[in-house]
Design a protein around this ligand. Structure first.
Ligand code: NAD
Length: 480
């Protein structure tokens, strides 16, 4: 059984209290490893290592920081297969997804921010008539905390760490206790790439203890967090009296709005993906599908036919479309929602049952599930399920669908399918979401701002937004 360790000051260490947590493989339900159940003391040690590394790292030239980050990216690419296998085993996601999305994107995060920092500029303003010049310094904050969830483990972990490091900060980071493996493997890669000791520290453990120690630490002055809305609210409350800078990327319940004038086949293929990729466990999945009444019956038939054809199977098989859900607890939460939906009168069109995969009967498999609903007020349409479950509902007018799209507490992303330019402009302006896709889904350009409004979060990641978050702006005014 593999025991993973914390990565502190460039070295791998057991937790001080020698306490461990079990790590389950979602595909077969077996414990296959252990991770540190780290305490406050481990976080303090990680903080001390980061603080000691900061004076040198923050003064390291941009070219050198960039070179090291790009080297990490290259090493991740060279180890693609090994990382993808680890990610798939730890999370239950199809290996094909880990090979084509998760790990390549983790590598891109380092490459992107390694390059972006060389282009990150600040402003200067001449105060004409006052004989003064102002310029803005963008200085690293110091030691920052990065906390990430289990659904896209290395992808989201590195999405925070890469800009933090690029901007000259030192980092204390905690991956999800449910999927710690690739974050652990990253330590070796950082050493090989020549990242100085203490610049990045990775501490494993539970959110309520290890994570809590990061957010409570008085000298970790910025926290970049991705996870659930309830956790985000808790972090905001703890951090507020210490005036920490916060970036909170939280839950979503995203509308997918389909008009009859769309490119139908493209929409259908993409809607299957936006509903069930990663077992529906992506914050951006479009779990609320609204279809214009004139094509509703056709869509219903075609969509359900495609969903029926998806193969639920062991994540390591290349033919698998839907792997295992991340944990037993999460599977049971999703199943509870199926019961709630039925009780509230939703019409089950397909799915809803656990799947027994031969040879892996204890794995956490669930059929992709489609409900038809007649009111958007039901819980299955309002609350984040975060599993392979979607609702479909018809609408008649643009105003009606806009109202329903906005009538949830979340505001992360939205997708619109139409070829009508004026409608595109009207809806994309009025939809309450941080990200709007038109005739596509999850097409990401890393230069663009990423984040949500309402209960989906505060702040933006991506591009220079991330570099701005991880720096303090200091204005200098010189009179001459
Ligand atoms: P979670 O909030 O339970 O945990 C996220 C991370 O926070 C984990 O590392 C956890 O250990 C840690 N944590 C928990 N309690 C903490 C505390 N008191 N102090 C500090 N850290 C703590 O979320 P999850 O179940 O891992 O992830 C699923 C959620 O993440 C969903 O709601 C999903 O929508 C959201 N998500 C959002 C985005 C986005 O970009 N907006 C992306 C992916 C996932």
């Amino acid at each position: 059984m593999q025991k993973i360790q914390n990565y502190i000051n460039g070295q791998f260490e057991n937790p001080i209290n020698n306490e461990w947590l079990d790590n389950f493989c979602p595909a077969d339900g077996e414990v296959y490893g252990q991770l540190p159940n780290s305490s406050k003391v481990d976080i303090e040690n990680a903080y001390i290592a980061a603080r000691s590394a900061f004076p040198i790292w923050s003064q390291t030239t941009i070219e050198e920081r960039s070179r090291i980050l790009i080297k990490i990216s290259e090493l991740l690419e060279a180890n693609l297969q090994r990382f993808a296998e680890a990610e798939s085993k730890d999370n239950g996601k199809p290996i094909t997804l880990a090979m084509t999305v998760d790990i390549p994107r983790a590598a891109s995060n380092f490459r992107f921010f390694g390059n972006a920092i060389t282009q990150f500029s600040s402003e200067s303003h001449e105060s004409i008539g006052k004989h003064a010049i102002n310029y803005t310094l963008r200085q690293p904050i110091g030691v920052v905390g990065c906390i990430s969830p289990w659904n896209l483990p290395l992808y989201l972990f590195t999405w925070k760490i890469a800009p933090a490091l690029a901007a000259g900060n030192c980092v204390v980071a905690k991956p999800s206790e449910i999927t710690p493996m690739t974050a652990y493997l990253l330590g070796d890669i950082c050493n090989e790439a020549g990242l100085p000791k203490g610049v990045l520290n990775i501490v494993h453990g539970l959110g309520t203890t290890t994570g809590q120690a990061i957010i409570e630490h008085p000298d970790i002055k910025a926290i970049s967090f991705t996870g659930g809305t309830t956790t985000g609210a808790h972090i905001a409350k703890v951090a507020a009296p210490m005036f920490k800078k916060l970036s909170l990327e939280l839950g979503g319940k995203n509308p997918n709005i389909i008009f009859s004038d769309c490119d139908y086949e493209d929409m259908l293929e993409t809607t299957v993906r936006s509903s069930f990729s990663n077992q529906g466990q992506i914050c951006l999945c479009g779990s609320r599908i609204f279809v214009e009444a004139t094509i509703f019956e056709k869509f219903k038939t075609d969509f359900v036919k495609k969903v029926k054809a998806l193969k639920v199977g062991h994540p390591s098989e290349s033919s698998t479309n839907i792997g295992a859900l991340v944990s037993k607890q999460h599977l049971s939460k999703v199943i509870d929602y199926l019961d709630i939906a039925i009780k509230e009168g939703a019409n089950l069109l397909f799915g809803g049952k656990k799947v027994s995969v031969k040879g892996f009967e204890n794995g956490y498999y669930l059929e992709p599930t489609v409900f038809e609903i007649s009111t958007d007020e039901c819980r299955i349409n309002q609350e984040e399920v975060f599993g392979p479950v979607v609702t479909i509902m018809s609408f008649n007018t643009e105003d009606e669908v806009l109202q329903m799209a906005n009538k949830v507490k979340y505001g992360l992303s939205a997708t619109i399918w139409t070829n009508d330019l004026k409608r595109t402009m009207r809806l994309s302006t009025q939809i309450q979401a941080g990200i709007v896709w038109v005739n596509t889904w999850m097409l990401r350009d890393l230069r663009t701002p990423f984040g949500g409004i309402k209960d989906s979060g505060v702040g933006r990641e991506g591009g220079f937004e991330a570099l701005r978050f991880f720096t303090e702006a200091k204005n200098v005014c010189i009179k001459y």
